[in-house]
Design a protein around this ligand. Structure first.
Ligand SMILES: O=P(O)(O)OC[C@@]1(O)O[C@H](CO)[C@@H](O)[C@@H]1O
Ligand SMILES: [Mn+2]
Length: 456
């Protein structure tokens, strides 16, 4: 099967019936998207409104009455949005003049004209991926249209809290890594491979810590992830780490003075996950498996915990000024990498559009061309996986390459914990077997994949 999924193609009364059916028939696949729209998204909107309320005094102190007026307008915009969502109103064109508005409105037209669509796009009738992205874009508009509070990131507090609550795990990881650096030059190939595999797994499991999945509730990494890696190996459903290793080793061997080995990390969540990605990136440089790492983040606040440029720089600063020797050593080195230009942060509006990646070459040819310069693209997280595979209800055994639908700027690997019901590239029967004993396996975050595609 190969169909995009409306959230739920039922009218209001039908939805009540569906609730009962979901319960009786355990239709998990319908329920996850449905409950996300019905429960999780309004919960996120309520938290956003509450955050603005709590910052009222701060807005007043910074901007006077103008700040308070802007806060009121943003809250009323967001309350209207929540009401539109909860009453399944049509998706409306964006009315702001931000640079991506025209692309969003074209995409709405495209949804309207889909031959097998459900008529006028609306919150419960349209594809889940689309309406969920649209909500975050409207949250952005609520602030961006209301100066002087237009630069306020409503998710910033939550991201910072997640970082601080993961402190113990961050210390454990930085300490482990700085110890490793002491003798990294003496490691043979086998040992280097082992260390790469460890840090890939830390980065993979770091993806459990996202805040949109938990609707903003605490989702930090409490203990050292390094301790439990071995026990978690059985939960990696597709494990292509060997392929990633071969690619990097070959690239290193074929490297010339003029051709640097470049790895790109398409980032996901700030907090512990971001630290795990930065450690992996440092390892790639320190082991000389790569010469440069490009990071791709979001240009607007997105899916609660996704990394913006501000989060990226803030995290590195926090580490650099930490009262812990190894943490601060990491932060200072990473700042140095950015200054030297061996680490580069990029953002692009395409990452916060509703389009899946197969349309990147058309919609954002500049970004596609940029990714083509890379030797390896590491895509972090669940949302990136949904966009890589077009968020379709594929058979589990459909090859990853096929699901990518001609998206092949460079060899790529997805590091993703399963938090939505799309999965490809499994062995025949593998998905069905887990499903039989664990109905929540695709949405619990307990399972993960390190899934590679070599390209053409
Ligand atoms: O991309 P991430 O951070 O791994 O996950 C994002 C996520 O929590 O948001 C959606 C749920 O609303 C799902 O796609 C996914 O589970
Ligand atoms: Mn995320």
């Amino acid at each position: 099967m190969n169909l995009t999924r409306p959230v739920c193609a039922l009218c209001a009364a039908g939805r009540v019936l569906l609730l009962v059916l979901v319960h009786l028939l355990r239709l998990e696949k319908i329920s996850f998207a449905y409950f996300t729209i019905k429960d999780r998204l309004p919960q996120i909107l309520t938290r956003v409104i509450d955050t603005l309320h709590r910052h009222k005094n701060e807005f007043f102190e910074e901007h006077g009455e103008k700040g308070v007026e802007a806060e009121k307008r943003a809250i009323s915009f967001l309350s209207k949005l929540r009401n539109e969502l909860q009453t399944d109103k049509p998706v409306t064109p964006l009315e702001d003049e931000l640079p991506d508005a025209a692309l969003w409105n074209q995409y709405l037209d495209y949804q309207r004209n889909l031959p097998n669509g459900n008529g006028e796009p609306s919150w419960f009738q349209s594809p889940w991926l689309y309406v969920e992205c649209y909500m975050y874009r409207r949250i952005h508009a609520a602030l961006a249209q209301n100066p002087p509070i237009d630069n306020f990131d409503v998710f910033k507090e939550g991201k910072a809290q997640n970082f601080f609550e993961s402190q113990e795990a961050v210390i454990a990881l930085c300490t482990y890594f700085q110890e490793l650096l002491k003798n990294i030059k003496d490691l043979d190939e086998k040992q280097l491979q082992e260390e790469l595999f460890k840090l890939l797994q830390v980065s993979l499991w770091g993806n459990k810590c996202d805040l949109s999945f938990s609707a903003g509730e605490d989702s930090s990494q409490k203990s050292s992830p390094l301790q439990s890696l071995e026990n978690m190996v059985p939960y990696i459903l597709v494990n292509d780490m060997e392929k990633v290793w071969s690619l990097l080793v070959n690239a290193k061997k074929n490297r010339t003075e003029r051709s640097n080995v470049r790895v790109d990390i398409i980032l996901d969540n700030a907090g512990f996950e971001l630290v795990s990605d930065l450690v992996l990136a440092d390892f790639l440089l320190s082991s000389k498996l790569a010469d440069e790492v490009y990071f791709h983040g979001k240009s607007i606040p997105w899916y609660v915990s996704d990394t913006t440029k501000h989060d990226f720089n803030w995290t590195i600063k926090q580490l650099g000024s930490a009262n812990h020797m190894w943490m601060s050593r990491c932060g200072i080195n990473w700042e140095g990498n950015l200054k030297k230009g061996v680490w580069v942060f990029h953002d692009h509006m395409f990452w916060t559009l509703p389009h899946d990646f197969s349309s990147m070459s058309e919609v954002a040819s500049d970004l596609y061309a940029e990714l083509q310069k890379s030797n390896l693209l590491l895509f972090k997280g669940d949302l990136n996986y949904r966009k890589l595979t077009g968020d379709r209800k594929w058979e589990y055994s459909v090859p990853f390459h096929q699901a990518l639908n001609k998206f092949h700027p460079a060899p790529l690997c997805s590091l993703r914990t399963l938090k939505s019901d799309t999965q490809v590239g499994l062995k025949p029967g593998q998905g069905e077997q887990i499903q039989a004993s664990e109905s929540e396996w695709m949405v619990s975050g307990k399972y993960g994949v390190v899934q590679f595609d070599a390209g053409l």
